[in-house]
Design a protein around this ligand. Structure first.
Ligand code: BEZ
Length: 400
């Protein structure tokens, strides 16, 4: 096999691309990962230090997938001395009747009941007394789910990168933007970067917000909205202040959805992260990114911290932005994962993952991509769960 011939090329070396490379290495596939920037960058969906792991979902298949992901988190955890999941639990609270893009409190409790997932119901008073919030409307309620955790995103990426690299069968190439893909006869898939050509029998496209630029040479596109979102850390004023991971559901949703994290030693110790679940800007092309948090988002978050959190100084510090691709339209799809349409040669050997709040699924998504590239998958089987691939189907559009 020539140096440029691979069993699998992965385009996009963010968290899902690295997960795919890690699982490919466990299959012994000679794999090439092409990343347009440096690895562990903050230029796309894998930006920032932390994410939330949660089981509670309105959709049963996503709760099942989050539960199934636990074994994969454990197996990744065994590969590193860094803590990947800080198990602090998850508190969802707010207006119990409200349903947002992250789901709703009652719908999530219904799913947890259906799956026998443990949780404790909370009224406003307990949310204030136990979890450090204050001055909540008296009708607010919610729950505590003990498996919720803060994800050490960069440590997870490092663990997957190291596992892939140390396998000896994965080549990881930074600063290698792809400018051409030719899927041709006899299962040959050629990928171009500048004057270099790489050939593989399988292709995984995991470019996150950059999906449409990567898909363009294949003549297809996906209707995506790219949210540029901002986030900030707030200085702890009181030593004993402890938060779980949390999400507050309130109206109006365009200005009042917030989420946050505990203090961790891997990112700005002495500070606690809180963020609005609101787009600063909705883009069609990542190049339109400003890289600067909007003053409105920072003010809204700062006001929430000042009015409803205890022990924090409400001036935002260490601000950042990230890009998150989300499926548009009425599909209601959370995660997009599919083969290319049959019009593209070797379509069953090319899998695309993009879009959605995917961090909690990182170590299982790479496994799903590899299963699809191994043989045609209609249903994913994880333990007792059978999760239909149609839940993730992409509504393909022509490029352009
Ligand atoms: C999530 O758990 O999916 C999530 C949490 C905070 C913001 C957005 C999404």
């Amino acid at each position: 096999m020539a140096d440029t011939d691979f069993d699998l090329i992965v385009i996009g070396g963010g968290s899902i691309g690295l997960s795919t490379a890690w699982h490919a290495s466990q299959r012994g596939w000679r794999t090439l990962v092409l990343e347009r920037f440096g690895f562990f960058n903050d230029d796309g969906s894998s930006a920032g230090a932390s994410r939330q792991y949660r089981i509670q979902y309105s959709q049963k298949y996503l709760a099942e997938l989050a539960i199934a992901a636990q074994d994969y988190w454990s197996s990744l955890q065994q590969r590193t001395g860094e803590t990947l999941l800080g198990s602090v639990g998850s508190v969802w609270f707010g207006d119990p009747a409200l349903s947002s893009q992250e789901g709703g409190i009652q719908a999530a409790m219904d799913t947890m009941d259906a799956l026998s997932v443990p949780y404790t119901k909370l009224e406003a008073e307990a949310i204030e007394q136990v979890y450090g919030f204050r001055d909540l409307p008296s009708n607010y309620s919610g729950f505590f789910q003990p498996n919720g955790a803060i994800i050490n995103l960069k440590a997870a990426e490092r663990a997957m990168y190291t596992a892939a690299r140390d396998s000896g069968c994965v080549h990881l190439r930074a600063w290698t933007p792809v400018d051409g893909i030719d899927s041709g006869a006899e299962g040959r898939i050629e990928v171009a970067s500048g004057t270099e050509r790489f050939v593989a029998s399988r292709l995984a496209l995991t470019p996150g917000a950059y999906a449409n630029a990567v898909l363009d040479p294949l003549g297809v596109s996906i209707d995506l909205d790219i949210w540029e979102m901002s986030s900030a850390y707030f200085r702890k004023e009181a030593q004993d202040v402890r938060y779980p991971t949390w999400f507050v559901f309130q109206e109006p949703q365009t200005t009042s959805l917030f989420y946050g994290f505990p203090e961790v030693d891997w990112a700005f110790p002495g500070y606690i992260r809180a963020a609005p679940d609101i787009a600063d800007r909705i883009l069609k092309d990542p190049a339109e990114r400003s890289g600067v948090p909007s003053a409105k988002s920072l003010t809204l978050t700062s006001d929430w911290v000042r009015d409803h959190m205890t022990g924090l100084e409400p001036t935002p510090q260490f601000t950042s932005t990230c890009l998150i691709a989300l499926a548009t339209g009425k599909s209601g799809k959370e995660l997009l994962l599919d083969y290319l349409p049959a019009t593209v040669p070797n379509s069953q050997k090319i899998v695309t993952y993009t879009a959605g709040w995917a961090a909690k699924f990182i170590p299982i998504l790479g496994e799903m991509v590899c299963q699809m590239l191994e043989a045609e998958v209609e249903t994913f089987h994880f333990g007792d769960f059978a999760i239909a691939r149609s839940n993730f189907a992409i509504d393909w559009k022509p490029a352009g």
